[in-house]
Ligand binder design. Structure first.
Ligand code: 3H9
Length: 693
């Protein structure tokens, strides 16, 4: 047996421990250890086996680091088969994370006991995969088809309590879990368990099942938005009804093997590791995070309110400051309304909302921030206002408090310089709605102390955010890349593409929203005002002539009922806006543009390579530490399809050579002024690797 699996005896019950911290992933040594343990125990006097994991968790799945490498025996499906074929009944003690291959192992067992709050699920689809060791075959043999489809295609885990309701586990246990599992095993030792070997059960594709399946799959296809794994996982579940177990298992394994070498799974595995890498402290810093017991938030508007919600949801008391009682009352009522919406959908209870509201302490006095460990300002986005607010915070905050600005563009060094403690200042850039969006850009200013940066990373972890560290620079990572992306969209609009064509090409590519629908949502007047305030040259003004003309004609986007599109006042449904089309044509004529056909391929190349090129600039300027951080920002903050792995990974998938050739062509073409190929990208294109070498 391997060191990662060990056995012990409790009377005539054997315990098999999977001991592979931190998450007991199913390495080759664990797989071999399990097969050996079951075989060895079969020839002892034991009467039953309890299968458990160390560290209060069962098994979080196959070892993702092994994917894409040559397979090593035994395969996980063989492990599950060996457990199921054991002559001794096997009880899986399911606690902590029981995910993917971990749940497949538990389904190979004959019984499952679980804690009420364990997480059981098939997250394979989040890695662009289907379960590959019988998960799609055993699950529908145990629970209702709709539940099985939901588990396998959504990737969302269910609790032990819910699993018991579904029939996925046999009992919910608490207290001393091992004793409870041993007690359960002692009760069933003499029971026949032949029919508990799930592979031996047969299920049929009746008309009713076929109908349920078709309805469930229609919903899956709608949600998939270009991702293939959920659809393939659903097809595997169907096989469970139409094929003998062995054939269904083989079809599932073949699907897994096909997907694991495909671009989508590679991209999603890249995201899995990128997200974890992004939130690790940089190598050059040391020390410990400062304590976060109380939080202060300035501004009770949309952004400040969302940030306050995030911390209150994490259980922390929040002092919420605004200039007037009226603004505070308005902010608090919006917050309460948002939380109450969660009662209807079951995300929070009535009592939970009251508890959260009680954590919010509204005030109009800066003095009430004196006791806060972390103070985040989310006031109006102009330098003068931010400077003024920071001077006031500096006057009242206790020594050692971490002071954060939620700016989206401004110079954090300049803001820090307003205080007598620039070492305590950094940027914490949240995305709207801040209580929902996962991304947090943490902006490390020139003088930010190590332990201040660590405190911001801790705050992200406490509140379930995906943190990415950025350096100071206009727009940091995310908004900086957005400018050339949008510029290309607006140029193509001038050249002949319609807003619909551009938006559709990009949503088909997988973006959550196209740039013109997004502009309408945000309000076209915002970009207009910001352009008025900037000293833009004639070329740059030309790019946005259509957007400016729309605003001047009163088409401000959704808020005025029309922008690039028209909006139904009731449903907000989008439709063609003939007035916008007229404005587009007029501007093209005024500028003397000869309209031409633009292919969807060109739309994708110009927008995506603009992102990658700017990303490479950001990398070489040291504003992002790694290209994978840029990918994390785009997937979590900008609706970039996870299955494409972010704009930098996408460029690598296309091939940096191809990207470089296009950049060379465009920087010598009619739009040359808008293209500055990154030296870093051009240089990396010469080698075989990607951005992060
Ligand atoms: C599968 O099972 C396929 C099968 O159907 C068929 C096979 C044939 N492998 O997230 P954390 C590492 S597909 C390798 O920070 P948490 C992780 O990288 C798999 N490594 O902790 C990190 O390492 P480091 C289906 C893994 O407490 C460390 O463990 N399963 C794996 O916030 C701690 O992780 C999944 O998709 C793994 N499977 O969250 C589950 N899992 O310290 C994936 C974790 O070097 N895992 N690591 O950065 C998760 O969702 C979370 O890690 C989990 C814990 C919820 C378990």
């Amino acid at each position: 047996m391997s060191g990662q699996v060990r056995t012990e005896s409790r009377g005539d019950i054997a315990i098999v421990w999977v001991d592979h911290p931190p998450v007991n992933a199913l390495s080759q040594a664990v797989r071999q250890g399990l097969v050996d343990a079951v075989a060895e125990l079969a020839v002892t006097d034991h009467k039953a086996i309890v299968l458990a994991g160390v560290n209060d968790t069962f098994i979080a799945g196959a070892d993702i680091r092994e994917f894409g490498k040559p397979p090593m025996a035994p395969g996980l499906f063989e492990v599950c088969d060996a457990i199921e074929a054991s002559p001794l009944p096997v009880v899986a003690l399911v606690q902590g994370n029981t995910l993917g291959g971990g749940l497949e192992v538990a389904l190979g067992a004959h019984y499952r006991v679980a804690t009420a709050n364990t997480r059981l699920g098939f997250p394979e689809v989040n890695l662009g995969l289907v379960p590959g060791a019988g998960g799609t075959q055993r699950t529908p043999r145990l629970i209702a088809l709709t539940d099985a489809i939901d588990m396998v295609t959504s990737g969302k885990p269910v609790s032990g309590k819910r699993a018991a309701e579904m029939g996925l586990v046999d009992a919910v246990v608490d207290g001393d879990l091992l004793e409870a599992a041993i007690g359960f095993a002692a009760k069933i030792v003499d029971d026949p368990f032949e029919e508990r070997r799930l592979s031996r059960r047969s299920i049929e594709m009746t008309d009713e099942v076929a109908e349920q399946f078709a309805a469930a799959m229609r919903a899956v296809e709608k949600r998939a938005k270009g991702a293939v794994a959920p659809i393939r996982a659903g097809e595997c579940v169907r096989n469970a009804y139409t094929m003998p177990f062995a054939d269904g298992l083989k079809a599932e394994r073949d699907t897994f093997m096909e997907l694991v070498v495909g671009d989508q799974s590679k991209a999603m595995r890249h995201m899995f590791f990128s997200e974890r890498l992004a939130s690790k402290p940089p190598k050059d810093i040391s020390g410990e995070a400062r304590p976060i017991r109380t939080v202060g938030v300035l501004g009770a508007g949309t952004m400040g309110g969302g940030i306050a919600m995030t911390y209150a949801e994490a259980g922390l008391p929040v002092t919420l400051l605004d200039m007037s009682q009226e603004a505070l009352d308005r902010g608090l009522s919006v917050i309460e309304k948002n939380w109450r919406r969660g009662i209807r959908s079951g995300r929070v209870t009535e009592a939970g909302v009251s508890e959260r509201m009680a954590r919010l302490h509204p005030t109009t006095s800066f003095d009430d921030l004196a006791d806060c460990d972390l103070i985040i300002e989310a006031v109006f986005e102009t330098m003068d206002v931010k400077r003024d607010v920071f001077r006031k915070i500096d006057a009242v905050a206790k020594p050692g408090a971490v002071l954060a600005t939620n700016t989206s563009y401004l110079d954090v060094d300049a803001i820090a310089a307003e205080t007598d403690r620039p070492q305590d200042v950094l940027g914490m850039h949240y995305f709207s709605p801040a209580n929902i969006m996962k991304l947090l850009e943490i902006v490390r200013a020139e003088k930010t102390a190590d332990d201040v940066l660590l405190t911001a990373l801790k705050a992200a972890k406490l509140t379930g955010k995906t943190a990415v560290i950025a350096g100071v620079g206009h727009g940091f990572i995310g908004n900086r890349l957005l400018t050339p992306y949008q510029r290309q969209a607006h140029l193509m609009l001038l050249e002949g593409a319609s807003p619909q064509q551009i938006d559709q090409a990009l949503t088909r590519f997988g973006m959550a929203m196209g740039p013109f629908a997004m502009g309408d949502l945000a309000g076209l007047d915002i970009g207009y005002k910001s352009r008025q305030d900037q000293d833009l040259n004639e070329e740059e003004r030309r790019v946005y002539r259509i957007a400016d003309a729309l605003v001047e004609a009163g088409h401000l986007g959704q808020k005025s009922g029309s922008g690039f599109y028209s909006y139904d006042p009731e449903t907000r449904a989008r439709s063609h806006n003939p007035a916008a089309e007229g404005i587009v044509n007029k501007v093209r004529t005024e500028l003397g543009i000869n309209q031409r056909e633009i292919s969807d391929e060109e739309i994708i190349e110009r927008t995506q390579f603009a992102l990658a090129n700017e990303g490479a600039h950001v990398l070489s300027e040291g504003i992002a530490a790694r290209s994978s951080d840029i990918d994390t920002v785009y997937v979590h903050g900008y609706g970039y399809p996870r299955w494409r792995g972010g704009p930098m990974h996408y460029a690598e998938t296309v091939g940096l050579k191809t990207v470089a050739e296009k950049l060379r062509e465009w920087s010598n073409g009619p739009n040359a002024v808008h293209w500055t190929p990154s030296d870093l990208l051009m240089e990396r294109a010469e080698g075989d690797g990607g951005f992060d070498q």
